[in-house]
Design a protein around this ligand. Structure first.
Ligand SMILES: O=P(O)(O)OC[C@H]1O[C@H](OP(=O)(O)OP(=O)(O)O)[C@H](O)[C@@H]1O
Ligand code: HPA
Length: 180
């Protein structure tokens, strides 16, 4: 698997340090609030598993699964909910956990969808922000790392469902696209 990694962009240690910082900041901001951490499957799973253990507050967590419609999946902006929340959210502060914000289309749709359910608030934490690719204006409330416009894998991020279990974030070699 690692033979296809051209370079490590964010090391395992770099991820752990930043996730701890984000957890501390979120702990300060949500003190005394009813917090629902909402992970977006599947990419957010490793980040969310680490992040919740750095949030030193009582919290609940849940997941949603989304999928983009259309031939060019990432650019249509139309999103389908494959798995929804299991309860109403009018009494909670929602913190959405994403692995990456790229075009912003997924997050824009999701924020509007969640706000329509009248939660106490909706904020977003993303591990990675690839702002150069943005098609719609959406700004994460908490961001782990600003990254350049390169396709990244690892720590939840995939290429054709592979590489999610790498402990770091890396950039794929050209050959990886050719064998898949
Ligand atoms: O800003 P955007 O251009 O909308 O892209 C970001 C979305 O794309 C990825 O999910 P993907 O649909 O690949 O699903 P996955 O998490 O299961 O890999 C990622 O987890 C975000 O949800
Ligand atoms: O760079 C990326 N890697 C993996 N999945 C993604 N989804 C949007 N951007 C990316």
């Amino acid at each position: 698997m690692e033979e296809y990694i051209a370079k490590v962009l964010i090391s395992k240690e770099g991820l752990a340090k930043r996730v701890a910082e984000l957890g501390a900041q979120i702990t300060r901001d949500y003190e005394g609030k009813n917090l629902l951490v909402l992970g977006i499957l599947k990419g957010a799973v490793p980040f969310m598993a680490d992040l919740i253990r750095e949030i030193k507050l009582p919290l609940a967590y849940d997941f949603m699964a989304l999928s983009s419609y259309g031939v060019s999946t990432k650019s249509s902006g139309v999103v389908r909910i494959l798995k929804d929340l299991e309860r109403s959210v009018d009494d909670v502060h929602i913190l959405v956990v994403e692995d990456i914000v790229d075009t912003g289309l997924t997050l824009k749709y999701l924020k509007e969808n969640l706000k329509a359910r009248n939660p106490l608030s909706v904020k977003v934490v993303t591990l990675l922000d690839k702002a150069a690719r943005r098609q719609v204006e959406v700004v994460p409330d908490y961001n782990g790392f600003a990254i350049p416009d390169e396709f990244v894998v690892g720590y939840g991020l995939d290429f054709n469902e592979e590489y999610r279990n790498l402990p770091y974030v890396g950039v794929l070699k050209q050959e990886a696209y050719e064998v898949n």
